[in-house]
Design a protein around this ligand. Structure first.
Ligand code: FES
Ligand SMILES: [Fe+2]
Length: 457
């Protein structure tokens, strides 16, 4: 991080603007390769995806490629994906595939056969004596990358002096740890190469302010006024319902009472709508079924808070009966956790007690107008019952991603194009509902040395 910023966190509540350089400029995208990506913690893959010792996964970020290898029951090593001899990628990792996976006892470079073990030590060099004794292990080993795990994910950081992952995650990590994300497993995982900058893409999932304009059909089921708050590098948003009912139930989370006169009916309708239009995430079958029974199990006129409490209690019991144990999350943490977290720079996690919907975006090579867009759903499953999934490349259609995500896709490309208009005077983010985004640009500017939000007046 290079730059001191003059906008402090309190100023994020004021009307601000920031330039479009971060989204459109080739020079900015080029600078990210030096100033951003080599310096931040980045999520690679689920821990569970590495089954055997020697299982490896490649992770590409802009021009860099990293190999993560499982080295023990709970240990991993990560290396830059490059042979120290003459620079061939050790594992061919094209951008046209999501990641390259496999299992190797050792890594043999395809060019001249130099060989490396799981610790990155060189174990074979053809005709080593030709170097006249000059080659030391420091010359010939793989270049190490920091690796840690949290939340059931493996993370890497290319900076040798990087602070520990939990320091970087801060309060976001503490709050999300209550959700035991590490005990969730993939329900589906999909990706696409999409025609917009990676920031344009992730920002489409950082605020519910767009629900009324984009997902108009959802207005029949709920109100979407939201708060948005900075948490150091990260940010959280939640539905802003100030009534007593909401406070006693689920704070600002996705599982809540819907809009309508009968909370038993509206809670079910909202849960069902979320589930069906978010590609069967944003809720679970257990929760939807428990919501469906509300009209039979509770008298008409039951207060909203009791409706939600009853639904959660019966869904928890239903899940326990099939071997899915919910974590105990204190009510004040539920409230603080809100709807969704953005983890700097490129992750969004919409968390529930038994599910999570996660997004990640990455640059696609050098092109500021393209990104790799990834979304995946996770759930708690009874032992051994999680579906077998793999990363699937999917066109950005409602059929593949659900109708709500298709509506989001239908903005992203046109935001990217619109921001290029010479008639665009600069962004006008909502000071209450889009603060996660201004905080994101504030944080980005600390790494990039440019693009700091400034007061509108
Ligand atoms: S580049 Fe790898 S062995 Fe020569
Ligand atoms: Fe959306």
């Amino acid at each position: 991080m290079n730059k001191q910023i003059s906008i402090d966190v309190d100023a994020l509540s004021k009307p601000l603007t920031y330039s479009t350089e971060a989204f459109l400029s080739r020079d900015y995208a080029e600078a990210e390769k030096e100033k951003l990506w080599p310096k931040v913690w980045q999520l690679v893959e689920r821990v569970d995806d590495f089954k055997e010792i020697g299982d490896f996964v490649t992770y590409n970020i802009a021009d860099d490629s990293i190999i993560v290898i499982k080295t023990g029951e709970t240990s991993f090593n990560a290396f830059h994906n490059v042979c120290p001899h003459r620079g061939r990628q050790l594992v061919n990792a094209p951008n046209t595939v999501h990641s390259v996976r496999g299992n190797r006892r050792n890594f043999v470079c395809g060019f001249h056969g130099w060989t490396f073990d799981h610790d990155g030590n060189n174990t074979y060099i053809l005709d080593k004596e030709d170097w006249q004794g000059a080659l030391t292990p420091e010359h010939t080993c793989l270049s190490k990358v920091k690796v840690e795990s949290w939340g059931g994910w493996v993370w890497i950081n290319m900076a040798p002096d990087a602070a520990p992952l939990m320091d970087f995650l801060g309060r976001a990590g503490e709050v999300l740890s209550y959700f035991q994300l590490d005990k969730m497993q993939y329900k589906w995982r999909q990706w696409a190469v999409y025609p917009c900058n990676w920031k344009t893409a992730i920002e489409a999932f950082m605020e519910p302010y767009h629900v009324a304009g984009t997902h108009t059909q959802l207005l029949a089921y709920g109100d979407y006024y939201a708060y948005s708050a900075a948490h150091d590098w990260h940010g959280v948003s939640g539905f802003d319902q100030k009534g007593l009912d909401a406070k006693m139930s689920q704070g600002g989370s996705v599982t809540r009472v819907g809009k309508g006169t009968d909370a038993r009916v509206s809670t079910y309708e909202l849960a069902r709508e979320n589930f069906e239009t978010l590609n069967y995430t944003g809720s679970t079958e257990t929760l939807v079924n428990a919501a469906k029974r509300l009209v039979d199990e509770l008298p008409e006129g039951t207060p909203a808070a009791e409706v939600i409490a009853h639904m959660m209690k019966s869904a928890k019991a239903d899940d326990a009966a099939r071997g899915v144990i919910w974590p105990e999350i204190p009510p004040e943490i539920m409230t603080e956790a809100g709807l969704a977290w953005s983890l700097f720079p490129n992750l969004t996690i919409l968390q529930g007690v038994t599910f999570a919907l996660c997004y990640r975006t990455r640059p696609y090579g050098d092109d500021p107008d393209k990104c790799i867009f990834e979304a995946y759903a996770m759930e708690r499953y009874p032992e051994g019952e999680a579906p077998q999934t793999e990363w699937t490349e999917c066109a950005p259609t409602a059929e593949k991603w659900g109708s709500v995500l298709a509506q989001d896709f239908d903005n992203m490309e046109w935001v990217q194009r619109g921001m290029k208009s010479r008639g665009f005077r600069g962004t006008l983010p909502n000071p209450h509902q889009e603060r996660k985004i201004t905080n994101f640009h504030r944080n980005l500017a600390m790494f990039m040395g440019t693009g700091e939000p400034r007061l509108l007046k």
